[in-house]
Write a protein that binds this ligand. Structure first.
Ligand code: PXP
Length: 262
C-alpha cells in the first residue's frame, strides 16, 4: 500500500474507500507552458510555476502532454516528476508514444483523455466502450507500477459501468457541459447529471475526480458532488494569475476547496 508525501489531502492509502474523502485541488499548469511556447523561449517556467502552486495550497500538479507538444514538453514532465511534492497527475491520450513516456516517468496518476489535433482543448470524454480491452490492459500494467489510472469521461452511467469493467481506480468527470450551459435550467440539469454519475461511480467502488472549465464561481456547486476527491483546474487559475499573481490565484481557489471540506 502506497502513501504519498505529507501534502494536504493526499496522505491516504490509495485504496481508501470509506468515509467522505477530503477534496484536493490539483492545478493544471499547461497554460504556463502555452505562454512560454508563444515565444519559444524559457519564460515563464512551468517548473517554477508548479513550486508556487504547491506552496500556495495545491495538493498536486496536473499536466497534459499532448501529441502535438503545443504546451508541455517531454523535459517538463521528467523534471516535474522530480520536483512535485504532492500528487503528480499526467493527462494523456491513448497514444503509444505518450504511453511510453508515462512508463518512464511513472507519475502518481495517469488520466486518459481523448485528443484531437485540431481542438483548442479536450472536447468530450473518453470512449471507454470502444477502448475497453486496451484500457483494461493499461490499468493492469500501470497499477503494477504503482500508478493509479483515471478515465476522463462524460457523466453518463453506461460509461461508468464500462469504466468498472476496465478496473480503473478513478473517473474524472468532464464538467465542460455544466460549465458551458447557457441557461439556469441547463446548468442545473448538467449538475444533476454530475451528481448522479458520481453516486453511481462510488456505488461501484470507483473514485471520483472532476474538471474542465471550472472557475471561481461555478466550482462551488461541483464541490458538492458526492464522493468527490480531486479537482483539476487550469485555465481559470492561470488566467486569474495575470491580474493577481499565481500565488494569490492558487490560494483563492484552494480556499474554496478547503472551505468545502469543513
Ligand atoms: N481535466 C482534464 C482531463 C483536462 O483535459 C483539462 C484541460 O487540459 C482540465 C482538467 C483542466 O481544464 P481547464 O483548463 O478548463 O481548467
Amino acid at each position: 500500500m502506497r502513501f504519498r508525501k505529507s501534502c494536504i489531502g493526499w496522505m491516504y492509502p490509495l485504496e481508501r474507500k470509506d468515509a467522505m474523502p477530503r477534496k484536493i485541488l490539483c492545478v493544471n499548469i499547461d497554460h504556463i507552458a502555452t505562454i512560454r511556447e508563444a515565444r519559444g523561449g524559457t519564460e515563464p517556467d512551468p517548473i517554477a510555476g508548479a513550486r508556487i502552486c504547491e506552496q500556495n495550497g495545491a495538493a498536486g500538479i496536473t499536466v497534459h502532454l499532448r501529441e502535438d507538444r503545443r504546451h508541455i514538453q517531454d523535459r517538463d514532465v521528467f523534471t516535474l516528476r522530480d520536483i512535485v511534492i504532492g500528487k503528480f497527475n499526467l493527462e494523456m491520450a491513448l497514444s503509444d508514444d505518450i504511453i511510453g513516456i508515462a512508463r518512464s516517468v511513472l507519475p502518481d496518476q495517469i488520466t486518459l483523455v481523448p485528443e484531437k489535433r485540431e481542438e483548442l482543448t479536450t472536447e468530450g470524454g473518453l470512449n471507454v466502450m470502444k477502448n475497453e480491452s486496451r484500457l483494461r490492459d493499461l490499468v493492469v500494467e500501470f497499477r503494477e507500477k504503482d500508478v493509479v489510472v483515471s478515465l476522463f469521461i462524460e457523466p453518463d452511467l453506461p460509461t461508468i459501468d464500462a469504466t468498472k469493467r476496465t478496473g480503473a481506480d478513478f473517473i474524472e468527470i468532464h464538467t465542460g457541459s455544466y460549465c458551458n450551459a447557457g441557461s439556469h435550467e441547463d446548468r442545473s440539469r448538467e449538475l444533476q447529471r454530475i451528481y448522479r454519475a458520481a453516486e453511481h461511480a462510488v456505488s461501484l467502488g470507483i473514485r471520483v475526480n472532476a474538471g474542465h472549465g471550472l472557475n471561481y464561481t461555478n466550482v462551488r456547486d461541483v464541490l458538492r458532488t458526492p464522493g468527490l476527491e480531486e479537482l483539476n483546474i487550469g485555465h481559470s487559475i492561470i488566467a486569474q494569475s495575470v491580474f493577481t499573481g499565481l500565488a494569490t490565484a492558487v490560494r483563492d481557489m484552494a480556499i474554496l476547496v478547503e472551505e468545502s471540506n469543513a
